[in-house]
Design a protein around this ligand. Structure first.
Ligand code: ASP
Ligand code: MG
Length: 415
């Protein structure tokens, strides 16, 4: 008997028929003798609808009241799923975040979980009940309802699994796992049976939007074995088969998995590049260029500063494409104070990253990546690396070609 947390996304909860299917799947796991906690998202489209309603009334919705509204989609899902379970003869009880309680800070619309009291839930489980808890929402110290940011139900589920020391957190979703890259770009992309949470974190933050990034951080920090798997299969699928399906997000030391050097390739189309040309090379340059950009709340990603020539240097960095114009405006404002010759920008760039913990123990990954791109005639504008990742910035028109060539070069289609 194990304690297992199930999370179901909006698509899986998208209609009452689908909710009945979720109930059958949950009941199957409970019948096998497991203790089950379920964390559903709002029905698909519902959170968008609620936020749009708020904006019809107030152009810039008050964050506290917005959370009051946005959190209700999950409450409906919890009630419906409890009823669906009761209708097939199961004992089930639903809770809103505050009833558990899932305590968060007071940062409305992007609150962070601080603690979860699992006593009540454990008592229910002891009584043979299936416990269903709202995703996405929590409560602060003043009893205000908070939400965890879009996609936050993933984080709710992993956090609940961590607090309850669950054996596994199963994230049921509308894809059947994590792939070596986006199958829409590379048709040979292959589902990974397992991936380390560090690799997943790189892939998640690099734009493979399978899980909310914060949920992966939670899984890593609290060592919660987490599995991403499909909810679109037959709910009565053999339990053993289901338990081994999808992609397990695990830890390096117990990675008795396919040990490829590279696990996946991520890409991000939403980059833009800015170059500050001919700035005097003296202490404080980087600070004086990037300080105002940070003050404008613009996230900077890759950074390079060239070798100086005659006491002058060029400084290049990337920002999200949405913030490109704002970043240019900020820099044009500080151009004279910086003593810069000029400022140039390019919003038609993409970032491609190869990710794999195997890089720690293998050399030659970078040279293979650069050779592959050179053979395709693709120019590299910027490079950045971490222990398990190499990223390059290239012209956006070569993005798909580059991803396909790299996928092939690293033989990711082979298990
Ligand atoms: N319902 C929320 C959203 O749409 C949370 C979630 O689905 O994870 O963002
Ligand atoms: Mg989601």
């Amino acid at each position: 008997m194990a304690l297992i947390v199930h999370k179901y996304g909006g698509t899986s909860m998208g209609s009452t028929d689908r909710i009945k299917n979720v109930a059958r799947r949950v009941a199957k796991w409970h019948d096998a003798g497991h203790r089950i906690v379920v964390v559903p998202s709002a029905m698909s489209g519902e959170t968008n609808r609620l936020i749009a309603l708020a904006k019809e009334v107030q152009a810039q919705p008050d964050p506290r009241e917005l959370d009051m509204i946005a959190s209700t989609g999950e409450q409906v899902s919890v009630g419906l799923l409890s009823m669906a379970l009761q209708a097939i003869g199961k004992k089930a009880i639903g809770y809103a975040g505050w009833q558990v309680a899932i305590k968060t800070d007071s940062a409305y619309t992007k609150a962070r979980i601080q603690s979860i009291d699992s006593d009540k839930v454990n008592r229910d489980l002891d009584e043979g009940k299936i416990v269903i808890i709202t995703g996405f929402q929590g409560v602060d110290d003043e009893d205000n309802i908070t939400t965890l940011g879009r996609g936050g139900s993933d984080t709710s589920a992993v956090a609940i699994a961590a607090a309850m020391q669950a054996d596994e957190c199963l994230i049921f979703t509308d894809v059947d796992g994590v792939y070596t890259t986006d199958p829409r770009v590379v048709s040979e992309a292959r589902r990974l049976k397992a991936i380390t949470f560090e690799e997943m974190l790189e892939l998640a933050s690099l734009g493979s939007k399978v899980l909310q990034t914060r949920s992966v951080e939670f899984a890593g920090n609290y060592r919660v074995p987490t599995r991403v798997l499909s909810s679109l299969t037959d709910p009565m699928l053999d339990l053993e088969v289901e338990a081994n399906s999808g992609t397990l997000i695990s830890f390096e030391e117990d990675k008795n998995m396919e040990q490829a050097v590279i696990s996946g390739i991520a890409f991000n189309r939403d980059e833009a590049k800015i170059t500050v040309l001919g700035v005097p090379d003296r202490p404080g340059v980087a600070y004086h260029i990037l300080g105002p950009v940070a003050d404008a709340n613009i996230e900077v990603d890759m950074i390079i500063q060239n070798q100086s020539v005659d006491g002058k240097t060029d400084f290049t960095f990337t920002v999200p494409r949405n913030d490109f114009q704002r970043a240019l405006d900020v820099l044009n404002g500080s151009k004279d104070a910086l003593g810069a010759a000029s400022i140039a920008g390019d919003a038609k760039v993409s970032k491609i990253s190869v990710v794999g913990v195997g890089m720690r123990s293998h050399v030659g990954v970078a040279s293979k990546m650069f050779r592959t791109l050179s053979e395709e005639g693709i120019n590299i504008m910027m490079i950045s690396t971490s222990e398990i990742k190499i990223s390059v910035l290239i012209d956006e028109k070569y993005m798909e070609l580059a991803v396909r060539a790299l996928h092939k070069a690293f033989e990711l289609e082979k298990a």
